[in-house]
Design a binder for this molecule. Structure first.
Ligand code: FE
Ligand code: CA
Length: 528
């Protein structure tokens, strides 16, 4: 979406009207989606490999899963080296990786409006079942992906294993840790945001280089995703199992809050045009359902799922609907601004949906897959005044308390909060006030470190001195790079903190740094 392409009627003396722009955006239809199913597009003859991003799958339920690919023979050029016309893509999903037992197949048009991405939604698959899938276009065939459906809603599976990852700055480090994640064989992956970083070239390291300035246009966001998804380790992990993705700030703009930029004097309507570009590029690149198709600057990303009755999960969007971050007050960190009841990370609609969904859950474990740390962790240096991040749940302390109180009052069973964003590992016991140890523990929080952001981390016990002593809720803290693996049974929830010793050059080794367990019925965190 470009300012120049918008109808002149949206302009007024002061520039673009936010109100008129939003009305216009809401009127946009799903025409790009419909043209996918229009009459068959001509078969395109490729002169070079079009499946440069590999394949991906995502958002499985008990009878369907999204199959994704994208045609881009020249992935780092605007338009991806594709004609400005629909191109036919054939897809198939099979019981076996040699595609002798194909269970469903079909044709769809990859359209230029959606960057020649395709999102297939086969239905009626067997529950709790692994499949192979692939795509063909012209005489090109994609790599083969493996994916799975989840158990039926009333099934009671013995175990679930998933990986949790976040914060993969392309310039700051290699994605080597995904090599071990493939070997860990998770049932699925949660990506909790900062899948890309929007910054200009050279800002965050020299391991690899972002192309161009800070990204704002649709082409720029598309090319940024193309750089990231060109990474072979990331592609292999997407091909290995389905992912549930959600964004944080950097998929759009650092520390964004709804339609408010962190920078001063940014025109709201122009910022929303940028958001529309960011959200469209995100949808195009991710294995998301049609229910997440963006309309203008709006896109529904919060959703839920279940793994039989073993676990229900609620995937949150704490960026799109939040109120602006309160001002940090070093003298009184949880000040009136931070505890103002009008502050919200979730927005009213998502909050009500979350509360209602948790009340209706039949899951033994109730997992919130979300972005920013919920513990009231004081992150100041030793002997300096307390300091809480106003971009995280402490800046929205009233809603944080309301959420934990809701979990307590409605006896939501075994709540676990999963978090990214902060580029360090944490295990936290959450109370309504984390500094009142006499209060009951309500939930367990497992925070995954960054996959690459920040470059090589450190295993020193600096964190012990700075954080563990002053934050009684924190049971573990570590600043290496990596991801977490969660193993869930009806009795226990185990989190394995996987760390990698080197992201600045190839060959990094990924090992288990620490394991923590929660027993069903008591949210206390034990060393495993
Ligand atoms: Fe990050
Ligand atoms: Ca972030």
């Amino acid at each position: 979406m470009n300012l120049e392409d918008l109808p002149k009627a949206l302009q007024h003396e002061g520039g673009l009207s936010r109100r008129l722009f939003l009305a216009y955006a809401a009127s946009l239809s799903s025409i790009p989606l419909l043209s996918r199913y229009a009459s068959a597009a001509p078969v395109h003859v490729f002169t070079s490999e079009p499946f440069t991003f590999g394949v991906a799958s995502g958002d499985p339920d008990h009878e369907s899963v999204i199959l994704w690919t994208r045609l881009a023979p020249k992935p780092l050029e605007p338009g991806g080296g594709m004609p400005k016309a629909p191109v036919e893509v054939h897809w198939e999903i099979a019981e076996d990786s040699s595609f002798k037992k194909i269970v469903q197949s079909g044709k769809i048009n990859a359209t230029p409006e959606l960057g020649h991405s395709v999102h297939i939604e086969p239905r009626g698959l067997k529950p709790d079942h692994w499949y192979s899938y692939r795509f063909k276009s012209g005489d090109a065939t994609s790599p083969i992906g493996r994916t799975r459906t989840l158990p039926a809603p009333d099934a009671s599976p013995d175990k679930l294993r998933f990986a949790v990852t976040s914060c993969q700055n392309f310039e700051a480090g290699l994605f080597t840790a995904y090599q071990q994640m493939v070997k860990d064989k998770p049932d699925f992956v949660f990506h909790l945001g900062d899948y890309i970083y929007e910054y200009a070239s050279g800002r965050n390291g020299k391991v690899r280089t972002h192309l161009g300035p800070e990204i704002e246009s649709l082409d720029q966001y598309r090319i940024r995703y193309a750089q990231y998804r060109g990474d072979k380790d990331l592609q292999a992990m997407h091909a290995a199992c389905p992912w549930f993705v959600t964004w944080d700030d950097h998929e759009f703009d650092n520390n964004c809050a709804n339609d408010i930029s962190e920078q001063k004097n940014v025109d709201t309507a122009k910022f929303l045009i940028r958001r529309a570009n960011a959200y469209q590029a995100y949808y195009e690149m991710m294995p998301l359902r049609t229910s997440s198709l963006p309309v203008g600057p709006n896109m529904t990303l919060y959703r839920k799922g279940s793994f039989g009755t073993l676990a229900e999960f609620f995937i949150l969007d704490t960026r799109q609907y939040r109120t602006d971050q309160p001002n940090n007050d070093r003298k009184s960190p949880l000040n009136a601004a931070a505890t103002n009841p009008r502050n919200s990370l979730l927005g009213e609609t998502q909050r009500k949906w979350l509360f209602d969904s948790m009340n209706a859950s039949k899951g033994t474990w109730n997992i919130l897959a979300q972005q920013v740390m919920m513990a009231l962790a004081d992150r100041s240096k030793a002997n300096s005044p307390a300091n809480y991040s106003m971009d995280q749940w402490p800046g929205y302390a009233h809603e944080r308390a309301a959420l934990l109180k809701h979990i307590q009052d409605h006896k939501i069973t075994n709540p676990v909060v999963l978090t990214g964003d902060i580029h360090s590992n944490w295990a936290n016991e959450l109370r309504i006030d984390d500094f009142k140890q006499e209060q009951a523990i309500i939930a367990s929080e497992f925070v995954t470190t960054s996959l690459s952001s920040g470059g090589n981390g450190s295993a020193t016990i600096r964190g012990l001195d700075e954080y563990l002593g002053r934050n009684p809720c924190t049971k573990f803290h570590n600043r290496e790079r990596g991801y977490i693996i969660c193993d869930v049974t009806a009795k226990t929830y185990t989190t394995d903190y996987k760390v990698i010793d080197e992201v600045l050059k190839p060959g990094g080794k990924t090992t288990s740094r620490a394991k923590f367990t929660v027993e069903a019925g008591t949210p206390k965190i034990h060393e495993a």
